[in-house]
Write a protein that binds this ligand. Structure first.
Ligand code: ATP
Ligand code: MG
Length: 453
């Protein structure tokens, strides 16, 4: 049982000395900050005689005065009872039954308290690394609390008296801006290694520091992350990198040895300089993506994944070219191989890999500036993403900045201007066309050059 692990194996943590209730006057959560629909759910459950609390990220975020991403409700009503209370309700989940109460586009998730369960019984099973495989018993709030990951995620806002109920010292940790796992950190990370990714995500998003024993445990068991199914790691990687803090997240994941589990080929490529130059494209892509989110613009997963895997594709393609393969084939094969190996870590869906390939395969096409090709390229459905990727390469020494500039100008030009821009240059005196040259990481000023990579 997790609760007994906490008391026996965790002298460094304050023992769970029982519940501490923070009355309404002792905290800053006001109902005005809570979604109306979440309040409706809480009040309705209460009216039907059940206990009802907000829990998890929403309480943590409300205490910081931030708007929560979503509101999670927890109750002692079981899923069938919840269903009877709400007409607009659907039960979901196999591992743990949850109720989704629908209000137009807003969904309030209502969970039943989880029980502590008995390890090895038929409802809660650990694998040989200590990972929780199945977990499906209902219980009380006192049991539910120990199933949660961090103390700051285990605070319960009680609709009955608007108090915050704290069994694990979460309020003190919240005030100290500390992420502390409930119980023995190594045990909790073994149970669910994804908690390591959550630790990084929350530390970055909230500006909290990791408790030292949580940090130490992370260094110890980081490689266990590789035991997590690739579909779940894909979902987590989206949360990590589409958060608006992707650069900091990336750096922190690398620090704890977690990035190499998610993106092994990328990690490898970062260790090898390109002709004495560090590979900066990914960093720039993350920076831009954070900037876009800060400006309220959208970012697409495929663009970021294309940036993550660009250098590995380059490296493989270059090897193949050196062995005599023609460039086009080398890039095709390299892309296939890199994607095939990446999906073993994070299961990229097909629509994502297709879009990534398109962005990559557009890159050499940007070299053709003359004749009818540019006007055809500009009407390609992925032109904009391809162009943004070209700009990224140009900014980080992988493509000719003049080429990127040219395409920037071409897009904005009127038809007449576009026609002028795509006229082939007059040949040099000897009749020789402008010389092509390979362009990689050392941009020299050669505006006439028509090639990138
Ligand atoms: P976010 O702001 O990203 O929604 P959150 O803390 O609400 O953060 P959720 O994934 O929505 O994260 O989970 C809700 C709550 O469920 C968490 O606060 C935590 O108490 C618990 N929880 C979620 N995932 C885990 C996990 N892997 N291990 C233990 N507890 C978890
Ligand atoms: Mg949440």
């Amino acid at each position: 049982m997790i609760a007994s692990v906490i008391n026996e194996a965790q002298p460094a943590q304050p023992a769970a000395t029982g519940v501490r209730v923070y009355a309404r006057s002792e905290h800053n959560i006001s109902r005005a900050q809570i979604s109306e629909n979440a309040l409706k759910v809480l009040y309705k459950l209460q009216k039907e005689g059940y206990d009802a609390y907000l829990v998890g990220g929403c309480v943590r975020d409300l205490l910081l005065g931030r708007e929560p991403k979503d509101f999670d409700v927890v109750t002692n009503a079981d899923p069938e009872q919840i269903r009877k209370v709400f007409r607009n309700c659907r039960l979901i989940g196999r591992r743990f039954r949850l109720a989704h109460v629908h209000f137009g586009r807003e969904v309030i998730e209502v969970a039943t308290f989880r029980g502590a369960g008995e390890a090895q019984n038929d409802q809660q099973m650990l694998n040989k690394e200590g990972r929780l495989l199945r977990d499906n018993v209902y219980g009380t709030i006192e049991e539910d609390v120990w199933r949660r990951d961090f103390t700051v995620n285990a605070l319960y806002y009680n609709i009955k008296d608007f108090s915050v109920v704290d069994y694990v010292g979460g309020m003190a940790d919240h005030q100290a801006a500390t992420l502390r796992l409930i119980g023995d950190p190594v045990t909790r990370f073994r149970e669910d290694p994804v908690r390591m990714l959550r630790a990084v995500r929350f530390a970055v998003k909230l500006g909290f520091k990791l408790h030292p024993n949580c940090e130490a445990a992370m260094h110890e068991v980081s490689e266990l992350l590789s035991s997590i199914p690739s579909a779940r790691l894909y979902d987590e990687s989206l949360k990590l990198f589409l958060s608006g803090y992707s650069l900091q997240t990336f750096e922190m994941l690398r620090h704890y040895g977690l990035f190499q589990v998610l993106f092994p080929a990328t990690e490898n490529s970062l260790a090898i300089e390109d002709n004495g130059f560090p590979r900066l494209l990914l960093i720039k892509a993350l920076e831009n993506s954070d900037q876009r989110i800060a400006e309220g613009k959208t970012v697409t997963a495929y663009f970021l994944f294309a940036a993550f895997l660009w250098e590995p594709v380059q490296m493989r393609a270059q090897e193949k070219i050196a062995r005599g393969m023609i460039e086009f084939m080398a890039y095709q094969d390299a892309a296939n191989e890199v994607i095939a190996s990446q999906v073993r870590s994070t299961a990229l869906p097909r629509h994502i890999t297709l879009a990534m390939r398109e962005v990559w395969s557009l890159q050499p096409k940007f070299n053709a500036r003359y004749g009818s090709k540019p006007s055809r390229l500009i009407s390609h459905p992925r032109f904009r993403a391809g162009y943004d990727f070209l700009v990224l390469r140009a900014e980080t020494g992988g493509a000719d900045p003049e080429l990127a500039k040219w395409w920037g100008k071409y897009q904005l030009a009127d038809e007449n201007e576009q026609r002028k821009m795509t006229q082939p240059p007059r040949k040099a005196a000897g009749g020789k066309p402008t010389r092509k040259r390979t362009y990689r990481n050392k941009p020299k000023s050669n505006p006439a050059s028509d090639t990138a990579d």
